[in-house]
Design a binder for this molecule. Structure first.
Ligand SMILES: Nc1ncnc2c1ncn2[C@@H]1O[C@H](COP(=O)(O)OP(=O)(O)O)[C@@H](O)[C@H]1O
Ligand SMILES: [Mg+2]
Length: 321
């Protein structure tokens, strides 16, 4: 067993509520999530596909400490009638085949309702939701009775609210109501430093040994258009390709397929002096980590392995603490 695995197994930083991210934009986001969780107003979570919008919704719910449950509905491609029936519930005879049934808003009572891909909400559903939010009551489709209701609303969208209004997807009044706090998730290409940590996080979840961060630096310059979701698939495929053996950077690179060119472009390979690159990488990690032990951890190496890299690369080792 490699020492790197041991280091990770004992001290694996599992990020913030399951979210891995060390880039300053992510640290700021974690801080904003913490603060937003204490509020009651709706939160709009904006981010490209695969950036972790659902994880943010779960974190907000968990940290808010409310006793009720988190109820999620993916609105993408739902017809207005289906979305309304799901959200508001129905009474028998509201339409052909309708039965007496509570909707998800009632199920979220005392908890959180998360509307994923809410850019697809129809104007009619937006108006009904708005009414529910303002009156704190919900009326099932075809019903007369108003049920009192309290819930926290979270909505996600790939585009910012302003863009949705301009495109006519969202009503102005609905936008003002749900746009209390906006949390923006940066795409992976804006935080390339997080890529190696995410890859190792997924490897760990798969029970595979981790790869040293130095070897993974090529993955940082690939733009990851599918963000973390794409990264997870790539690592899973690489683990399969490794046939039970350790996953290496070359397996990951091969699984990126057509995009491998951008990966190779970033790392000229052993022939062209990656030594200076590795040196710069290690020195930067040392500065940021503050101690050799922390740097070794960040690089996925044991302290002894890191000292060997110091010697090989001619880096003056900081005094052992
Ligand atoms: N920062 C992160 N750290 C760890 N896993 C993440 C992170 N962001 C996203 N994921 C994972 O990536 C996948 C896609 O995330 P998801 O929240 O469904 O994205 P979105 O809803 O924005 O499309 C999920 O498996 C999720 O657990
Ligand atoms: Mg999603």
């Amino acid at each position: 067993m490699s020492t790197a695995l041991h280091v990770h197994a004992t001290g694996a930083p599992d990020g913030f509520c399951g979210m891995i991210g060390r880039h300053p934009s992510m640290l700021t986001l974690f801080d904003r999530i913490r603060r937003a969780a204490e509020q009651h107003m709706p939160v709009l979570i904006v981010g490209e596909t695969g950036t972790g919008k659902e994880l943010v919704a779960q974190a907000l719910h968990r940290l808010s400490g409310v006793r009720g449950t988190l109820v999620a509905l993916n609105v993408a491609a739902l017809s207005e009638q289906l979305a309304d029936a799901e959200l508001f519930g129905t009474v028998r005879g509201a339409y052909t085949g309708a039965v007496d049934r509570a909707g998800l808003i009632e199920a979220a009572s005392g908890g959180t309702l998360f509307l994923d891909e809410a850019s697809d909400l129809s104007g009619g559903t937006q108006a009904r939701l708005l009414r529910t939010l303002e009156s704190h009551t919900v009326r099932r489709l075809g019903g007369r009775q108003e049920h009192p209701i309290r819930f926290r609303l979270l909505v996600s969208s790939q585009r910012p609210a302003g863009a949705l209004v301009v495109r006519g997807a969202w009503r102005d009044d609905f936008c003002h109501r749900v746009n209390g706090i906006t949390l923006r998730l940066p795409p992976l290409r804006e935080r390339p430093e997080d890529v190696p940590f995410l890859i190792n996080h997924v490897l760990r979840q798969l029970g595979c040994p981790t790869v040293s961060l130095v070897e993974l630096r090529g993955a940082c310059s690939y733009p990851w258009p599918g963000n973390v979701r794409e990264l997870i698939r790539v690592v899973e495929r690489a683990a399969f390709a490794a046939e039970g053996g350790p996953v290496k950077a070359c397996h990951l690179e091969a699984e990126i397929g057509g995009a491998a060119e951008s990966w190779s472009g970033a790392d000229p390979g052993p022939a062209d002096s990656p030594r200076s690159e590795e040196r710069a990488w290690i020195e930067r990690t040392l500065r940021e980590a503050g101690s050799t032990k922390a740097a070794a951890h960040a690089l996925g190496l044991s302290t002894d392995q890191l000292y060997r890299r110091f010697r090989a690369l001619g880096i003056r080792a900081p005094r052992r603490r």
